[in-house]
Write a new protein. Structure first.
Length: 320
């Protein structure tokens, strides 16, 4: 086992809503796990070579365990179905060190948190930290129904602990108040910071509502890609170091093709969100579909996310 891999054991599984379960991961042979900051996530190595990223829910100061939550997805590509159908107390799982692409700005005058469904998971640790700091905050949390609203009671308890307020919204009650992002942004002070994590539609509406606002006060994290993966196929991938040339067929991604050929490449989300599979492009023009690279990086065509991006040229040469 390498230094950046931690062996953990599932000690507790709890049903947090109709479709969401939480899992406590405790270190094997150690007293504490590495600390982390609010909004952080870990990669979990699952059976069959799968790697999936999950937000950490609990306080990250000096954790005895990591707590994650997994929603049961009908069209799961491995992670969700494994946790809900196979995970049991006592099983061991290898995980990565925590990393954070969704950092909390701790000196904001006010923090506005917006979550949809399972997007509540990185938000919970942010709220815990804001309470520790004695900071002002508000949460707007949307779900399909109250039965699908994970951690509702815990969030209400947190709201009673500091300078915070929660607003809950559900889709299945016609007379229930609806989330109004325009109103939230319209009433937000210029020094407030706003965060959003949720489904693609919510994030697009959040980004649209944020136009004209100082960019460094607007933060969001995607759990699903905004663009469909490139699976048209019909091109070849040359592996510069491996020496082989592989044909990418219709219906498969570059990553799928590489794994089928026994090429060992890092990956996690398989949706172009986490950045784990970033690969250097030596020749050819990628068809970028990721959420990680900047516009400048895409225009340079020097790197790509092989889990979701394809090729605009007949051949791509990769540094693999």
């Amino acid at each position: 086992m390498t230094a950046d891999i931690i062996r953990t054991q599932i000690r507790q599984i709890r049903l947090e809503s109709e479709a969401t379960a939480s899992f406590e991961l405790w270190p094997v042979g150690e007293q504490y796990l590495p600390s982390f900051t609010p909004g952080a996530h870990i990669d979990i190595h699952l059976p069959g070579g799968l790697r999936r990223s999950y937000s950490l829910i609990n306080n990250g100061g000096e954790p005895r365990h990591y707590n994650i939550a997994v929603k049961k997805e009908l069209e799961s590509r491995g992670g969700s179905s494994w946790f809900h159908d196979n995970a049991r107390v006592g099983m061991t799982l290898d995980i990565s060190l925590p990393s954070n692409d969704f950092e909390l700005i701790e000196n904001a005058s006010h923090t506005i948190l917006i979550a949809g469904g399972i997007g509540i998971t990185p938000i919970i640790s942010m709220i815990s930290r804001l309470i520790e700091l004695g900071s002002s905050w508000e949460l707007h949390y949307c779900a399909r129904s109250f039965a699908h609203m994970a951690f509702r009671d815990e969030l209400r308890s947190l709201a009673n602990c500091g300078k915070g307020a929660i607003h809950l919204y559900v889709d299945n009650l016609a007379d229930h108040k609806r989330l109004d992002l325009s109103a939230i942004f319209g009433s937000a002070a210029s020094t407030a910071h706003l965060y959003c994590c949720g489904p693609a539609g919510m994030l697009e509406a959040f980004i649209a509502a944020a136009k004209g606002r100082q960019p460094d006060t607007v933060h969001y994290e995607r759990f699903a890609a905004a663009n469909a993966a490139a699976t048209d196929g019909g091109f070849e991938v040359k592996l510069a170091r491996d020496g082989r040339t592989l044909s990418v067929p219709e219906g498969k991604s570059i990553l799928d093709t590489l794994l089928d050929a026994g090429v060992d490449v890092p990956y996690a989300c398989s949706q172009g969100i986490c950045g784990s599979c970033v690969t250097t492009v030596l020749d050819g023009i990628p068809d970028h579909r990721d959420e990680c690279l900047s516009d400048e990086q895409r225009e340079a065509n020097k790197s790509m996310m092989i889990c979701c991006s394809g090729s605009r040229s007949k051949t791509l040469t990769l540094d693999l």
